[in-house]
Design a protein around this ligand. Structure first.
Ligand SMILES: NC(=O)c1ccc[n+]([C@@H]2O[C@H](COP(=O)([O-])OP(=O)(O)OC[C@H]3O[C@@H](n4cnc5c(N)ncnc54)[C@H](O)[C@@H]3O)[C@@H](O)[C@H]2O)c1
Length: 330
């Protein structure tokens, strides 16, 4: 039984990876169209200092937005800001410290952001870690679940009032959440969200990415029923050559190198669907989608389970200490 719960998630994740690589072998990466300028709009990009987050921050700045790079490494964040500023785009960019593995850091980030009195039109939940050996966040949550999912769950909920105020019916505020094809192999175990009974880093990562899709759909449903001018979409960037793979074991690292060189997308290509979700005029007012390679795609069957979405939302509120305000009387 133990062996099965260790090996099954690994097999599922590698099968999904293989499918993505085959797709990338036969299909070109989505090419970003030219978008109208978006001066005056404000965006937060978590993990915007490197990888796809950096490319997202860079492109949104080039569209004229004011981008706040939110990350847990000040040095990297400031270096990213300087690099983007050196390109002399129309928009503004700055850095604000955020450690998604700490609920108090998320709360402090939001307070500091709100103190600046800025509106918020785009929130990109991009940051993440993958295949980390068993570790806990400051608050005692399994790291993938706590950082990739719960950190973003709290961040989004605390920023929701600002997003609602900043959006307009003809120009909605947008929440873009970066998930992954690994969510197709993910399983949510409501009784053991922290993977305490049996830890497998592959299963924990896939679970966190499925949780983000369930969260996006439930969030969109709540936004729609409240009539708020905010949309929420999930994005799948494909397989992209970034530092995310640094926790692969050395043998897998070795095997990955030639495959990545041949078949992985570049960070700029990987970020293109996120930027599309954040800025495309044709997605005005469109939410509750899973976007892959610039197109709406079906996510996993489990992600459409409304009962699971609602239960996960409720448990997440309890875990991060939020009142579930949108709860239906049941
Ligand atoms: N690279 C891929 O093949 C791939 C595939 C599917 C999904 N994704 C997702 O794309 C997103 C971006 O990843 P990437 O590939 O650019 O990797 P990356 O390692 O280059 O970037 C991850 C970012 O997350 C930030 N981060 C990590 N821990 C943090 C914390 N505690 N608080 C705040 N920020 C933190 C890092 O500083 C970094 O900026 C992730 O959510 C990842 O799961 C990546």
């Amino acid at each position: 039984m133990w062996l099965v719960s260790q090996i099954l998630p690994v097999i599922r994740l590698y099968l999904v990876g293989l499918k993505v690589l085959l797709y990338q072998l036969f299909n070109k990466s989505f090419a970003l169209p030219v978008f109208p300028k978006q001066n005056g709009r404000v965006a937060i990009v978590t993990g915007g200092a490197k990888g796809m987050g950096y490319e997202t921050a860079r492109q949104l700045t080039s569209l004229g937005m004011h981008v706040v790079i939110a990350g847990n490494c000040e040095e990297e964040g400031i270096a990213a800001v300087k690099k983007i500023q050196a390109e002399k785009h129309e928009g503004k960019v700055d850095f604000q410290y955020l450690d998604l593995a700490s609920l108090s850091s998320v709360r402090q980030f939001v307070q500091k952001f709100k103190d600046r009195g800025l509106p918020l039109h785009v929130l990109v939940n991009n940051a993440g870690v993958m295949l980390v050996p068993e570790r806990k966040t400051e608050d005692g949550f399994e790291l993938h679940f706590g950082l990739n999912y719960l950190g973003h769950f709290l961040l989004t909920n605390l920023l929701l009032d600002t997003l609602k105020k900043s959006g307009r019916p003809d120009s909605c505020a947008r929440i873009v959440t970066v998930s992954s094809a690994t969510h197709y192999g993910g399983v949510i175990t409501l009784e053991d969200l922290q993977s305490r009974s049996c830890y497998c880093s592959h299963g924990a990562y896939s679970q966190s990415k499925l949780a983000l899709v369930l969260f996006t759909y439930q969030l969109q449903q709540r936004l729609t029923s409240g009539g708020f001018p905010v949309t929420a979409n999930a994005v799948d960037p494909g397989m992209v050559n970034t530092d995310l793979y640094e926790n692969l074991c050395s043998l897998a690292q070795l095997a990955k190198r030639p495959v990545a060189w041949l078949l992985f997308r570049t960070p700029a290509q990987g970020a293109s669907t996120t930027i599309y979700a954040a800025a495309a005029p044709e997605l005005e007012g469109v939410g509750g989608c899973y976007l892959y390679n610039g197109r709406r795609t079906q996510s996993s069957d489990a992600s459409y389970n409304e009962d699971l979405q609602a239960k996960l939302w409720r448990q997440s509120c309890a875990l991060v200490g939020l009142q579930d305000e949108g709860r239906r009387a049941d």
